[in-house]
Design a protein around this ligand. Structure first.
Ligand code: SF4
Ligand SMILES: [Zn+2]
Ligand SMILES: [Zn+2]
Length: 309
């Protein structure tokens, strides 16, 4: 498990809610909590997101799970809050890393009696992640992310789910926002909202229940809920630039607690037009909804087969 020693309170510090001995210190909130009150605070943050995003609590939710701390914490908290959930695991077939990811998901689900589905990338699109990496190293994480997003849409629709929850946390969202603003990617900025309604009957709505919670808070929640997540980096993550944005925000957070939260929330406060254009086409090759003639997965498959001629 990762270290959260930086957030340990001083000896004698009291819980802001019940005045028992505190076990975590949250400088961004100028508050310390004991374990029980921390779980209350954590669940409350997710509940506030559910209300703000006007999510219907009766709708079953598919949770995209990787075996890491964020996605398993998402599944745990939504299940504890009484929502109807099912896990979705896409096996990227990255050797030992994917095996361990799968084991973490399986153990989590078995221990709690939760239902989940597993799909193999190779079966779904004809390539594993290592096979794709052999042919396309440039900006590989953004390619992998696009494939996963499209596949999650398809698989959730296949299982008749209308909403998918993912484990993106406050740190992910704030650093992604910083990257998108620096590169002036306005269309990406729009699509980063923590709740995106469904634009098409076969494209589910998206929800990021942990968007109000920081990594350190999720780590402590996992510790308290005995979530045995996979604490290992994907071997292909090396070139990802998002870590620089994350480090920049961490530096500011350290000097001025609450900066990450203020930065992200100031963007969320702006009026958002969350009604998206209907995808106007069915992919010429696979029939999936797409804005253009061919969906992203078919375009990728075609370009890879051309390269191999
Ligand atoms: S680190 Fe990059 S390559 Fe690995 S799973 Fe994540 S997005 Fe895909
Ligand atoms: Zn307390
Ligand atoms: Zn297609």
């Amino acid at each position: 498990m990762e270290n959260r020693s930086k957030y340990l309170p001083n000896k004698g510090d009291k819980c802001a809610r019940c005045r028992k001995e505190a076990s975590i210190c949250l400088p961004a909130h100028r508050a310390n909590f004991c374990p029980g009150c921390f779980v209350h605070y954590f669940e409350n943050a997710v509940e506030r997101g559910i209300k703000k995003m006007r999510l219907n609590r009766q709708d079953p939710l598919m949770i995209a799970v990787s075996g890491g701390k964020d996605s398993l914490a998402t599944w745990q908290v939504l299940n504890d809050l009484g929502l109807d959930t099912k896990g979705l695991f896409i096996n990227l077939q990255i050797d030992e890393f994917s095996q361990k990811s799968r084991e973490a998901v399986q153990k989590f689900a078995e221990d709690r009696g939760l239902d989940w589905s597993e799909y193999d990338l190779k079966t779904e699109i004809g390539y594993t992640i290592p096979e794709l990496h052999q042919q396309r190293q440039k900006k590989f994480c953004s390619l992998c992310g696009r494939i996963k997003r499209q596949l999650i849409n398809r698989l959730a629709a296949r299982e008749n789910f209308q909403t998918v929850a993912t484990g993106h946390n406050l740190d992910d969202e704030a650093s992604r926002l910083l990257g998108n603003l620096i590169d002036d990617r306005q269309d990406f900025v729009e699509k980063q909202y923590p709740f995106l309604p469904s634009p098409h009957p076969r494209i589910p709505a998206k929800f990021k229940p942990l968007y109000r919670l920081e990594k350190k808070e999720i780590l402590y929640y996992c510790e308290l809920k005995n979530i045995q997540y996979l604490n290992q980096k994907c071997p292909f993550s090396k070139g990802a630039t998002s870590k620089y944005f994350n480090q920049t925000l961490e530096f500011l957070e350290d000097k001025m607690p609450g900066t990450k939260r203020d930065f992200l929330y100031s963007y969320l406060k702006k009026d958002k037009n969350l009604v998206y254009e209907e995808p106007f086409n069915n992919c010429r090759e696979c029939g999936e909804p797409t804005y253009v003639e061919l969906c992203g997965i078919c375009r990728l498959k075609n370009s890879l087969s051309r390269d191999n001629i």
